[in-house]
Design a protein around this ligand. Structure first.
Ligand code: ZN
Length: 477
């Protein structure tokens, strides 16, 4: 029988049809994928970044890797390269220690990432790689990547720091000082290791946030192993002279767009020079019971206040301290341990101030910018040290005597009797009676037309460039 042969043109046409249909399907799939991407993009808490978590397991090991993806080679490639290296090293180690694994235990590698939005285009991605491959302890490695999703690149430290040896040297000494100021770390620091780790600034493991510049040191990198991995957190204000102008500008932009849950933000509200303002202040906290109650009362009245915290208390209750700041209030220092500063030597005063400042910053991420000496005790030495510390001294014009009366009605009476525009009112957020007094007090003061501001806002109405002490608003209105 004669075999039926398809003419060449039919074969060709069919071939093209198949190709066309296939291609169509492919592009359709393509559009689908795109649409899906648009959707997931919207869902990401960090616009411009998606997160994938990759896990796998064999009989010898488990693996879990969190991987943020920017969808751009310039950013994704170096990150993926680092992860690949981690993985390869891990698998090589597992192979070398093969006998240890299988039946009972497995090796593991976990790579986590902490994502932080610095501003609308800059994210800090700080990876932690935990590796267990049978050695005597787990290995932890920190690797930060700072990415600019608008310019599609990974930032180098020289993108944010001013050029020149001077500024790098200066930062080195700030970092050393910061680490040596960490009580639990200082003892373990090995100066030669630290010097070595700080030597080449292109190799620094650094990140940046809205408030601070951070340097990371792996375990054993700068200190004895017992100290674990280290972190030096330097407030950006302190680094300002060494930062490039454009990054200062960038971060300022983010400063303004900072999300705050309360609309009455101390940086945002506009004050009238002749307004009827008073500053409520609360000393000796934060306290786990009464401070949250005071915060609730203030929030209900859209009122802001200033909390003069003890370093020791802030260290104990960092979450409460953070709440205070989050709710839009101001935090000042009430020293570390509430000693009468006027009885101390200069060096001791400096310690009381320094320690409190460090702990409050440790708890809240923000250094206190005002000082209230305990008992209002002030002398030339205190003024001198406050000046050196850059924190104006804030006393008060109205004393609620809440510590004495411990009675809500008495607190109300004393304050309402003595209040005047421009007053600074002394209270304590460690007494429940003060918390109880607050709702009716705020209502009564509001009825009289008073508005509540922080101490810094109150002082900003007049020239307040000197160190004080300030008892109330400088110029009576
Ligand atoms: Zn006190």
């Amino acid at each position: 029988m004669k075999r039926l042969r398809w003419p060449a043109w039919v074969v060709l046409t069919l071939f093209f049809l198949v190709v066309l249909i296939g291609f169509n399907q492919f592009t359709e799939n393509g559009t689908y994928a795109k649409d899906e991407k648009v959707e997931t993009k919207k869902l990401s808490k960090y616009p411009g970044l998606q997160l994938e978590t990759r896990t796998s397991e064999t009989k010898n090991y488990t693996l879990a890797i969190s991987l943020p993806i920017a969808g751009d080679q310039e950013i994704d490639k170096p990150i993926q390269h680092w992860i690949k290296t981690q993985k390869e090293e891990f698998i090589a180690e597992v192979k070398a220690n093969k006998k240890l694994f299988g039946k009972q235990k497995r090796a593991n590698l976990t790579i986590k990432v902490e994502t932080n939005k610095v501003n609308d285009r800059i994210y800090s991605l700080v990876f932690s790689s935990y590796r267990y491959t049978g050695g005597k302890d787990r290995q932890e490695i920190i690797k930060p990547f700072i990415v600019d999703i608008a310019q599609k690149r990974i930032l180098k430290v020289t993108d944010i720091l001013k050029d020149g040896k001077e500024s790098v040297d200066e930062i080195r000494s700030i970092v050393k000082k910061q680490l040596n100021g960490q009580e639990d770390v200082a003892f373990y620091i090995m100066d030669d290791l630290l010097d070595e780790a700080l030597k080449d600034h292109h190799q620094w493991k650094w990140s940046i946030s809205k408030q601070s510049f951070v340097l990371y040191f792996d375990k054993h990198e700068a200190a004895a192993g017992s100290a674990g991995s280290l972190k030096a957190i330097i407030p950006l204000e302190q680094l300002r002279p060494y930062l490039k102008e454009d990054i200062i500008k960038e971060l300022k932009i983010s400063e303004q767009s900072k999300e705050r849950p309360i609309e009455q933000n101390p940086e945002q509200i506009k004050l009238e020079p002749n307004g009827k303002y008073i500053a409520l202040t609360f000393d000796d906290g934060p306290n786990a019971t009464s401070t949250p109650r005071i915060l609730n009362a203030l929030e209900a009245h859209h009122a802001v206040a200033t909390f003069f915290m003890l370093g020791s208390q802030a260290e104990y209750y960092p979450a409460v301290a953070q709440q205070v700041l989050k709710k839009g209030h101001e935090i000042g220092s009430h020293t570390e341990s509430h000693r009468d500063l006027s009885t101390l030597k200069e060096i001791q005063i400096q310690q009381e101030l320094g320690e409190a400042s460090r702990k409050i910053e440790g708890a809240t991420g923000k250094k206190p910018t005002l000082l209230r000496p305990p008992y209002g005790a002030c002398n030339d030495k205190v003024v001198k040290e406050a000046k050196r510390n850059g924190t104006p001294i804030i006393l008060w014009s109205v004393d609620s005597l809440d510590w004495k009366s411990r009675n809500a009605k008495a607190v109300n009476d004393v304050i309402l009797r003595n209040i005047k525009p421009g007053a600074i009112v002394l209270m304590h957020d460690i007494h429940l009676s003060t918390a109880e007094a607050l709702p009716s007090l705020l209502t009564a003061l509001e009825k009289q037309g008073y508005q509540f501001v922080t101490v810094s806002q109150l002082l900003s109405l007049d020239d307040h460039s000197d160190i004080g002490p300030y008892y109330k608003r400088k110029n009576n209105i």
